[in-house]
Design a protein around this ligand. Sequence first.
Ligand SMILES: [Cu+2]
Length: 201
Amino acid sequence: MFPHFCRALLVAVALPGASVSALAASVTIKAGDGAGNALDSVVVSLVPVSRATLPAARPAQIEQRNKTFLPAISVVQTGTPIEFPNNDTVRHHVYSFSAARVFELKLYAGKPEKPVVFDKPGVVVLGCNIHDRMVAYVVVVDTPWSAISQNDGVARITDVPTGDYLLQMWHPRRLGMPDIPPRPLRIAGDQTETVKVELRL
Ligand SMILES: [Cu+2]
């Protein structure tokens, strides 16, 4: 009993500025293409270096509308169940041959009975057997802290607990290229990082 009490006292003394709740930061990532242009559709994720207990993955959805997958790019935590509601009047046949998640939802209308669980990290490319032009990407990462850059190149990840992370990046126009080496990043408070992502020509 007594030693625990002492340690609690020491922590309280060592961290006079710490609030009662866990410290969380907002991380802004500005993505460019190396030629000075803002780059959209960059998937950025912060993977904790030490395997802390992560929050449970939350369900996600990729709908089909006007023969298009929406959203075209998703980033989800490993273990995420994704629903694939078909909101078109034509039927779709959704599939993936990607190593991270091979599956198919045979020709269907409406909402499939069960979601597809994405249980391995990696990039999954989705297609439709009927409509060749339909394509979407699911980036599965071992973290709930991720975002996708908008037209201004900015991706914002909020509520990131302070600590050490690896910043991982991906872009659909890097398919077939080697992975971008992750960047070690210490999150100590709100901060902004600038990254360059080379694309396939
Ligand atoms: Cu289709």
